[in-house]
Ligand binder design. Sequence first.
Ligand SMILES: NC(=O)c1ccc[n+]([C@@H]2O[C@H](COP(=O)([O-])OP(=O)(O)OC[C@H]3O[C@@H](n4cnc5c(N)ncnc54)[C@H](OP(=O)(O)O)[C@@H]3O)[C@@H](O)[C@H]2O)c1
Length: 267
Amino acid sequence: MNTSSLGTALITGASSGIGAVYADRFAKRGHDLILVARNRERLEALATRLAADAGRSVKVIVADLNDKAALARVEQVLRTDASITVLVNNAGIAMSGDLASADPDRLESMIQLNVLAPSLLALAVIPGFVVRGSGTLINISSVLALAPERFNGSYSGTKAYLLNLSLRLQQEVAGNGVRVQVVLPGATRTAIWEKSGTDIATLPPSMLMDVDEMVDAALVGLDRGESVTIPSLPDIADWEAYEAARQNMIPKLSLSFPAARYGITAD
Ligand SMILES: NC(=O)c1ccc[n+]([C@@H]2O[C@H](COP(=O)([O-])OP(=O)(O)OC[C@H]3O[C@@H](n4cnc5c(N)ncnc54)[C@H](OP(=O)(O)O)[C@@H]3O)[C@@H](O)[C@H]2O)c1
């Protein structure tokens, strides 16, 4: 049963790290919650705490989003539960190292979880948002979308995918009352590092943000109507200059003739 006038926030990867903090914050804001991840014990412990602390309805869906049938169950909830007003596409894994030494199974799982799952979940929720004229999709990308030289290229590629998807979706839903925010966290103190084979102690502390502060900043960005939120970036003018340079190139990126510098002339 929906008990909140703000509706329900469905958060993937809510059993730890960034997703668990989003769950806490949306409950405190007055949303009911649906928490999705694989670890039932952690999800249920969080659900019990948040239901008691915030007095909200908190359901859990234990689902491996790399399992087609489990993913379909979550998609079905997103398609049919009209109380859902927020989807946080947060579940993700990383991998460190180079492509040449990558474990192919982990590479496949990462691309499925970081790319396919959020795409299908967005596809499941957006049409309902558009019909209802409201709803918020938050996609958790990464600053690595802009800095592939800094980490595993496949991981940063999955995050660039989410950035691209979000930028296009923002255009698609413009004027429908639907929000799409893409969040680009820098290195954030969560278990993802250890799970991906990187000792967090090797990261310069000056580059590492606490997860509560990261999510709180992202939510301020959401409240301010930002479509792209980069919690670490001191001066938003830097992003705006990057965007302006990109926008300037767009009309020139596909023309019927090669650029003069290549010296190719038509027959
Ligand atoms: N931490 C950072 O430095 C950082 C920076 C930029 C972006 N991000 C992004 O932030 C997101 C959250 O990461 P985090 O840092 O909070 O890491 P985390 O603490 O490891 O959390 C990842 C979450 O995803 C869930 N998950 C993993 N595999 C799953 C699967 N197959 N099916 C369903 N759920 C799954 C995990 O839960 P279960 O294990 O219970 O399934 C967990 O709740 C990721 O998309 C990550 O790429 C993180």
